[in-house]
Ligand binder design. Sequence first.
Ligand code: 1AE
Length: 406
Amino acid sequence: MDEEYILATYLLKGEKDLYKKAQGIAVGLTVGTWTELPSEKKESMAQHLGKVVDVVPLPEEEGKQPVGKITIAYPIVNVTPDLPSILTTVFGKLSLDGSIKLLDLHIPDSLLSQFPGPRFGIQGVRDLLQMKDRPLLMSIFKQCIGLSLDELEEEYRKQIEGGVDLVKDDEIFFADGKAPAIERVKRFEALNRQREERTGRKALYAVNLTGPVNEMVDRAKRLVEAGASGLLLNVFVYGLDILHRLASDPDIPVPILAHPAFAGAIYASPEHGVSSSLLLGKFLRLAGADIVLYPSPYGSVAMPKEESLSVADRLRRPYGNIKPSLPAPSAGIHPGLVPVLIRDFGPDLVINAGGGIHGHPQGSTAGGRAFLDAISAIMAGYSLREAAARSVKLSLAIEKWGVVEG
Ligand code: 1AE
């Protein structure tokens, strides 16, 4: 049974008869509808019919609506190997049907093997950067809108002078007449090469790909031809399939960073939408994100710790032949959070900061250095305060933002 069915698990609220509801979903989203159809009874329909696998009522709280979990099996013969067809089947019309949340989706190996997943994955990104085992450090371009190309180039230079491994465009920075993406790529990649010649340290720049959907693939190819070493994709405003198409295109051989813009509209409700670990973990990895940005448990725009760790787990745990992706738990990250980030997420992560780099009292270059001093110290088994005693830049950062012991 497992190999021939996709299993979808949902949380349902307010349904008195869970089994009846589950049965209605299994038939309604495969061969039938709310009224019986003559063809439903045909034997040839059997292979397309959904099945109820599990119905688990959860303890009722007094005065609250009944809650339960159900699992439905959908035949893989009903879908094509892409997320649009799978998601339309398991949570298309159903997503509109009252209080229901998609918690998990099991895709059998025969279908899973048709998804390429991330081109680089954790090891591939580490290989590109020649950075073996410490967390990677990424700086987010801030105050980019309205700046000239020369001003942006200076901002970029300051960021990589601080030693960061990656720099990404802000997600709200689009095609800008003053500083077109292609020109940014040419200038910033030249600075990356200069840094590498000078220090032996590589850097990647993830340029924001946002633009009209019918131009995305061509645009990505043109940016790569111009030397782009990474792409930033606001995936949820388009849909997961655009990520799949970009990640599997042989002419786009660079890491793709998925930004979670708009994802809160899909995962944040406890009663509706898709669970965060499925959406930001399993789906983004399946669709091919090498690095996944999403809310950390600590800073601004936070996510509950259990959820944030669960996203990271989904990105990194063994999953068929799909490579693991790097989690980048983000928003409001500063050097004082480095110990808890490494303790909670381990070393295979991207420490990603905008304000925590640019807001350093001595500027962006010092901001990057403060982070790197914190990362090296924690990886070597020192405390942040011990490290700050040896690093003025780190001690200034800690003076400003404190140390989070949590
Ligand atoms: C969860 C996404 C974080 C993000 O996009 C962003 O720009 C963070 O900026 P800072 O580090 O909070 O300034």
